[in-house]
Every structure is written in structure tokens, then in C-alpha cells.
Ligand binder design. Structure first.
Ligand code: F3S
Length: 420
């Protein structure tokens, strides 16, 4: 890989051993991916400054200590890019309320230390998978280094920003050094559409868009699908499409003709390729129905959990659910969870929506991911409006899942049972 003089000095440890290590990570990764150079990065969204997975299996004390030493390494150099946010969970979630024991005290200490490290490094702790809702909104063409598969697809495909798929180490290294290896979706040729999906089914709800993504991700694998025909979509639908396509596939971006900034026409989406030479799939009513049934393990009847907010909800979505509840009580046997960034939870509180939700018996949660934190166990009956969430809860925990529209999920939470 060609390196500038400054990059070579960084690599050789001339500005400290951790920057040297981070440069080595980037150079080795870039070389493996065929990158020819490192380019400046303007915007990073990273994960990793968080506790180990918490919730159903209590992590060992050793795991917490390891999370702290990783955070110490990751925050050892101040960030050099214009914006950096952090995903994943707040370690405080590992502390049982009211717990005064030695373990809780140590967790609180670790949390304060993590906060301090991140603050000193210049990282904004958004603790959300939708940082674009709370201040980290990259613009078209901005070179980014983002983790979180759903957000990566969203910023590439809806905003026209540019990022490859990052993991914790590469994003941390990008934030600290200010560089990323240039390959894949950072280059024109890596952004061209590679297969076509003709959408005939009417997509009426964000969950329907999630079904399209779930279907297309599997067909696409690592390639960029081009959607022709479904029309325009709102923010909630864009989040569902982006998260679902990155659940069944390793998709970095899609083109939605007429919506994706650089794909206002099919020709633009394909970068001049002949559409007749590409793989073509149809997504009609039959495929829509079949995609829902692939994740349906519940028949009509009682449910235990309803989960909304994968990816995290916008304030408008929180308000929409509050309105759908209309002051009614959640059925006593059901736990209704809504997940949102903590900044929007605070806003919902200020506006009185949190109180309304709580009076209904719903939970408005923040700072983590339901797949990590919710007390869902094997065999629990879960209804959600997210294909991604249903996929993970079934695969990782063995929950019995089904996906339905947001309003149908709310109705089921009130009734205590679901009618497909
Ligand atoms: Fe966000 Fe967790 Fe879903 S990180 S996208 S809520 S699986």
C-alpha cells in the first residue's frame, strides 16, 4: 500500500505506540481488501466502549475488567475526525437497581472510567444504533468509518455518505489516526448496483419494507441490490429496509431508484451496466407473504413480549406508538418495550410522552439493544415489527417470534394476544 510520509511515521510508532498499532490494523486490513491507499476519514461511529453482553447470562467479573482494558486501549488517542459517536450499551445497565454490593460498586467505577476515557478522547456517547437521529448525520459523499450493519446501509443508501463495513478495531483505528483504507463502497466501482429486484408488492408499512430487505439480503449476499418499483419511503421504512437487508446478507448498500442520492435513475444505479446482464428477482405479493411466514412461529393466541425499536425509534415513532396506545393499558401478561436513543427518551420525557407510555404500562428504554438486554428466554412468544430483531431473537435465544406492522403489535400488546 502507498503511504504518505505522515502515515509512515504513524505506522512506525513515531507518534506513540497505540497509533502505531492502529495504523498496522488499518494497513493490514486494507492490504487484505486490495486497498491501494489510506484516505482521510471525516466521521466515525464505533462500538466497543461498553460492557460485555449483559442480560440473560451474567458476565464474569473478568469480562468486565477486560471491557475496561479494551476501552483504555481504544481511547488511548484523541479522535482526529470531525465527528465520532459510540454505539452499544451503557455499562450501568449491568448494575441491578438498588444494588449496593461490591460488584455493583466495581461496575459503577468501570462505567465512570469508560465515560471519562471516551470524553477525553472526544467521543460522543450516543449509545444507539441510530446515531443519525441524534446528531451524527453524515452528508452525501462524506468518507465515514461506521460500525452497526443497519446504520452502515442507511448512511450509504439513504444519505449517500460512504463507508465500508467496519468492526470495533477498524473504527477505533480510523477515529484515532484519521484514516481509512480505500476500497469497496468508498469507490465508485464498489457502489454500483449488482443485482436487480423488481418490486411489485405494495409496501404499506415499515415492516413490509423490512420484508423486502430480508428477502433481498439473502439473494444479494455481499453485493449491492437495486430496488426498482417500490416508490418512496419514510424514515421508519428506510431503517427497516436497511437493517433487514444486512441481516440475511452482508450488504453494504442498496440503490432504491429515485431515492438513493446517486441513483435517481436505473442507469445511474447500475453505473452504465446493461440491466439485461444482471441477476433479476421479483418481489410480489407471494414473496412478501412467504417472507413473513419464514419468521412466523406463532399462531393466533397469547404473546409474552412486544418489541419495537430495532433499529432505535425516532421521536416521531415514539409519539406514533403512544398515540396508537391511546391511553389504553398493556395487557398484564405482556411486556411492551420501545427502544430509542437516550437523547430522544429525554425529549419524550420533556414532552410528556414518557409519562403516557408508563401509565399504559409500556417501557421506553435506551442505551442498549433488545437482543442484548431484554429478559427474553428460550420459548418466549415475541411479536415485533422488525425482521432483524425477530431473526436474532430466534437464532440466538430460541424465542418464538412473529413480525407484524407496528400498529398490529401495539394492538396485540393491549389485547394480550396476536391475531395474524
Ligand atoms: Fe439496533 Fe440492536 Fe436492532 S443494535 S439495529 S436494536 S439488533
Amino acid at each position: 500500500m502507498e503511504l504518505s510520509r505522515e502515515q509512515r511515521i504513524l505506522l512506525e510508532g513515531g507518534q506513540g505506540p497505540s497509533l502505531g498499532l492502529f495504523m498496522r490494523w488499518l494497513v493490514e486490513w486494507g492490504e487484505a481488501m486490495g486497498a491501494r491507499r489510506l484516505v482521510p476519514v471525516q466521521n466515525v461511529h464505533l462500538s466497543g466502549i461498553s460492557p460485555p453482553a449483559i442480560g440473560r447470562e451474567k458476565p464474569s467479573a473478568q469480562a468486565y475488567e477486560q471491557a475496561l482494558s479494551e476501552a483504555e486501549l481504544y481511547c488511548s488517542s484523541p479522535v482526529r475526525c470531525a465527528a465520532a459517536t459510540c454505539a452499544n450499551a451503557d455499562v450501568a445497565l449491568g448494575i441491578p437497581a438498588g444494588d449496593q454490593g461490591a460488584e455493583a460498586a466495581r461496575l459503577a467505577e468501570i462505567r465512570d472510567r469508560q465515560l471519562d476515557l471516551a470524553r477525553k478522547a472526544g467521543i460522543a456517547l450516543s449509545w444507539t444504533c441510530t446515531p443519525f437521529l441524534v446528531g451524527n448525520l453524515p452528508s452525501r459523499g462524506e468518507v465515514c468509518a461506521w460500525t452497526e450493519s443497519s446504520a452502515i446501509v442507511f448512511i450509504n443508501s439513504i444519505l449517500g455518505a460512504r463507508t465500508t463495513r467496519h468492526g470495533t478495531e477498524s473504527a477505533v483505528a480510523a477515529a484515532a489516526t484519521g484514516y481509512v483504507p480505500e476500497f469497496g463502497a468508498l469507490l465508485e466501482e464498489g457502489r454500483r448496483g449488482e443485482l436487480l429486484v423488481d418490486v411489485h408488492a405494495p409496501l404499506r408499512t415499515p415492516a413490509d419494507w423490512g420484508a423486502l430487505g430480508y428477502f433481498a439480503g439473502e439473494k444479494a449476499g455481499l453485493r449491492n441490490p437495486v430496488f426498482r418499483g417500490p416508490g418512496r419511503l419514510g424514515l421508519g421504512a428506510a431503517k427497516q429496509l436497511s437493517s433487514a437487508v444486512a441481516t440475511t446478507g452482508g450488504v453494504t448498500m442498496f440503490h432504491l431508484v429515485g431515492v438513493t442520492p446517486e441513483a435517481q435513475t436505473l442507469q445511474q444505479a447500475l453505473g452504465g451496466q446493461d440491466p439485461g446482464r444482471l441477476e433479476l428477482y421479483a418481489f410480489g405479493n407471494e414473496e412478501l407473504k412467504e417472507t413473513y411466514s419464514r419468521l412466523r412461529e406463532l399462531d393466533s393466541g397469547p404473546i409474552d413480549y412486544v418489541m419495537l425499536g430495532c433499529p432505535h425509534l425516532s421521536l416521531q415513532e415514539v409519539i406514533q406508538v403512544t398515540r396508537a396506545l391511546a391511553g389504553r393499558k398493556v395487557s398484564p401478561g405482556v411486556r411492551l418495550e420501545l427502544w430509542t436513543p437516550h437523547a430522544l427518551r429525554a425529549e419524550a420525557q420533556r414532552l410528556g410522552f414518557l409519562r403516557e407510555l408508563e401509565l399504559s404500562g409500556a417501557l421506553l428504554l435506551a442505551d442498549s439493544c433488545p437482543a442484548v438486554c431484554s429478559p427474553v428466554m428460550n420459548g418466549v412468544r415475541v411479536l415485533t415489527d422488525s425482521f432483524k430483531q425477530a431473526h436474532y431473537l430466534r437464532a440466538a435465544i430460541g424465542a418464538r417470534v412473529a413480525v407484524d406492522a407496528t400498529e398490529a403489535c401495539v394492538e396485540a400488546a393491549v389485547r394480550g394476544s396476536w391475531q395474524p
